[in-house]
Ligand binder design. Structure first.
Ligand SMILES: [Zn+2]
Length: 264
């Protein structure tokens, strides 16, 4: 699933292609998945933003087009066998490619997140200047669930998914199955710093394109951060730091990877 870095890379690619242009058409045949899109036609795009894993395009007349890429969604410059939406904006045509159909679009009155509860309850943005260990610690609070599961909760922190939760916990030296409320202050500080570092590095590398090739830039270029993964997808391979075999377990139903020596 595209996580914060992949969504942000997508935003940066799309912004110069859509901002300032007028939406001419949004074509699809699924009004349940792509809601209210007709009301965006004729409006100019003012800004291309992001909140967690959501893209938010601010439009004229105080409206917003919100897009969630779901498990396998992404924009393309060319049509594919899995094109679900064709978005004509000015002289640009963007194709929303989504083999697994978990992606969603909404057009809402600006700031009216009532139809998108997850957006309304979204936790702090880890790359915002205001993000801090104190803020993360307060969000972890007294939660007894494994720290990995807590990091996947978008109301605790925005934008982390399976890859970057595993990589951040390795970078911080924390076992993913530790109950969140057992983290010492120094560990919360290490984790907050690790999350920011890992996400920033992933952004610089254009995100992660896994073996399924699901995530790509709209011009079909892959990301490169998968080559820098320390634990994610590396079960039974030697830890890059200590050579111990990386372990894979399930936490909250999700595959979780860690080094039993480097992470405590
Ligand atoms: Zn190790």
């Amino acid at each position: 699933m595209p996580e914060l870095p992949e969504v942000e890379v997508t935003r940066r690619f799309l912004a110069p292609r859509v901002v300032g242009r007028r939406i001419l058409e949004i074509v699809h045949d699924d009004t349940a998945r792509y809601q209210g899109t007709q009301s965006a036609v004729g409006l100019r795009v003012i800004e291309a933003g992001r909140r967690g894993k959501f893209l938010r395009f601010r439009l004229e007349e105080d409206r917003e087009l919100i897009v969630h890429l779901g498990m396998s969604g992404g924009f393309r410059l060319q049509p594919t066998g899995h094109t679900r939406v064709v978005w004509k904006v000015g002289d640009q045509v963007l194709y929303f490619h989504d083999p697994r159909r978990f992606g969603r679009w909404w057009v809402i009155a600006e700031g009216d997140e009532s139809r998108i509860p997850l957006l309304a309850r979204m936790g702090p943005e880890p790359l915002d200047p205001g993000f801090s260990a104190a803020l993360l610690g307060a969000r972890l609070g007294k939660r007894q669930s494994p720290i990995k599961a807590v990091l996947l909760d978008q109301t605790v922190i925005a934008g982390l998914g399976n890859i970057y939760a595993d990589e951040s916990l390795f970078a911080a030296g924390i076992r993913p199955d530790r109950p969140a409320n057992t983290l010492e202050l120094a560990e919360v500080e290490a984790l907050a710093a690790a999350i920011r570092r890992v996400l920033a590095e992933a952004l610089k590398a254009g995100g992660s394109t896994l073996g399924d090739g699901a995530y790509r830039l709209p011009d079909a270029r892959p990301g490169y951060f998968q080559h820098a993964h320390k634990v994610y997808g590396r079960a039974a391979q030697p830890c890059r730091r200590c050579q111990t075999a990386i372990v894979r377990i399930k936490i909250a139903g999700r595959s979780t990877h860690f080094c039993p020596v480097c992470q405590r």
